[in-house]
Design a protein around this ligand. Structure first.
Ligand code: FAD
Length: 421
């Protein structure tokens, strides 16, 4: 095993890249890893149909310029391998990396909630469809309905439209009053006001949510509640996501405290575990600007530049105010929690229906009796849905955190064989 790296950063989205770039001038050794092939995270995901903004390409180029930053791309965390040691795997090898300090920048994922027909081919998350299109999925000429909640719906619709799709409806579950109050307050964040105008769509409706996806072998149409009316519209794709949930699993496994479903941090972005920081959307959903400033604060703090970190507190506060308004405006209508019918699948890996889960009182009881969460996604989708539907505390992720090769697991012998539970 090689020498410990001074600073390990998990996640190369806006927060992780910002953390690495602010810590780098101090000269400490930095490793930044991400499970995607290229840095950028969710918002700056690359691909044949992606158009990256200048800020993203510039930050990516800067990462290459620092000889003390080592980028581990297409690399995933497999397990804990002892105190301040992680078992990692990329396409070629498995290895144990030891670190002195860690910044978790693991971002967030979409909240997918069940409704009749949501498992039909042609139905994806809103950000999910955007990621597929950036990755090269052709959608030219397709009729697309985007639904769920939050600004990601408009971003996803804009990507689809730019690639030739016909976006027939953008169904936002939040009420008109909440959305317009939010929009009226955007003058305080002028770049967000400009973005809102750029992304605006004539297909946008508030108090609107999908009741059912219809089709036999694949999606053919959707039924949408729009205010007091029900619309049925033919479409080729439905992209439906109910905002984002922080990726806290690695932080939780390490022992960081989780508060309000996010990694708890103090003013230095330090978690409750010594030498472990967290920044960006794993500490709560708030957009890329908040992720960037949090990443910078964490990078400065972890490299001993506390004064520089402190100077950024007012900027973070400004974006925290934006995040608060965003989360208030797009809070879930209780009606969304009632869309699933008794036979609607909640765990689509193991085919467990809503009625089977509703008999139980906790995630563990439901898992033991129904196999929910035991499939390929290991509960990432359904335990989060169950948290929203039934209020059940999501489980601790147990190693391995992702599927791994046997040869990778054998590397644990080099570290501490008993340390990965
Ligand atoms: C699907 C999706 C699409 C989005 N699209 C937009 C958009 O178009 N516009 C917009 O304003 N906002 C968008 N957002 C919101 C956006 O994620 C944030 O505003 C911003 O990207 C957050 O930055 P971050 O650095 O905190 O996290 P992210 O950008 O999410 O970056 C986290 C990175 O960490 C990696 N990672 C996580 N866990 C591990 C692990 N265990 N091992 C290795 N790597 C790991 C992830 O793959 C990811 O690359 C999107 C969010 C999602 C989920």
């Amino acid at each position: 095993m090689s020498r410990p790296v001074d600073l390990l950063i998990i996640g190369a989205g806006p927060a992780g890249m910002a953390a690495a770039l602010t810590a780098a001038p101090s000269g400490i050794s930095i490793a930044i890893l991400d499970d995607n092939p290229l840095p950028g995270g969710q918002i700056w995901r690359d691909g044949p149909q992606a158009q990256l903004p200048g800020q993203a390409t510039e930050m990516r180029a800067q990462l290459q310029r620092y000889s003390n930053i080592h980028l581990h791309s297409a690399c995933k965390v497999v397990a804990l391998a002892g105190p301040k040691k992680l078992l990692l795997e990329d396409a070629e090898r498995g290895y144990v990396l030891e670190y002195r300090q860690l910044i978790l920048c693991t971002g967030a994922r979409e909240l997918l909630l069940p409704f009749p027909g949501w498992t039909l081919p042609g139905v994806t998350g809103a950000g999910g469809l955007q990621a597929l299109i950036k990755g090269g999925l052709p959608v030219s000429g397709e009729r697309i309905v985007v639904a769920g909640t939050g600004p990601l719906l408009l971003a996803s619709a804009a990507t689809a439209k730019k690639n030739g799709a016909n976006v027939v409806r953008v169904a936002e579950q939040a009420a008109f009053d909440a959305v317009s109050r939010f929009a009226m307050g955007l003058w305080q964040w002028p770049n967000k006001a400009v973005q809102a105008v750029t992304l605006a769509s004539r297909a946008y409706r508030t108090s609107a949510y999908v009741l059912e996806a219809l089709g036999s072998d694949r999606l053919e149409a959707v039924r949408v509640q729009v205010g007091s009316r029900i619309e049925e519209m033919a479409c080729d794709r439905l992209a439906c996501g109910f905002s984002l949930v922080p990726n806290t699993e690695i932080g939780k496994a390490l022992g960081c405290e989780i508060r309000d479903s996010a990694i708890a941090v103090n003013e230095w972005q330090a978690s409750t575990l010594a030498d472990h920081y967290a920044a960006g959307e794993c500490t709560g959903f708030g957009g890329s600007e908040l992720a960037l400033v949090e990443g910078r604060i964490a990078g400065f703090a972890a490299s001993g530049q506390q004064e520089k970190a402190r100077e950024l507190w007012p900027e973070r506060q400004r974006w925290q105010r934006f995040a608060k308004r965003l989360n208030q405006a797009f809070a879930l209508d209780p009606a969304i929690r009632k869309l699933a019918k008794p036979d609607t699948l909640v765990c689509r890996c193991e085919d467990v229906a809503y009625a089977e889960l509703a008999e139980h009182t906790s995630w563990n009881a439901a898992k033991l009796n129904t196999r929910c969460g035991m499939g390929a996604c290991q509960g990432r989708i359904c335990s989060t849905a169950a948290h929203t539907l039934f209020g059940w505390e999501p489980p601790h992720l147990r190693p391995t955190f992702s599927p791994a090769r046997i040869a990778t697991l054998a590397c644990l012998d080099e570290a501490e064989p008993s340390s990965w539970s």
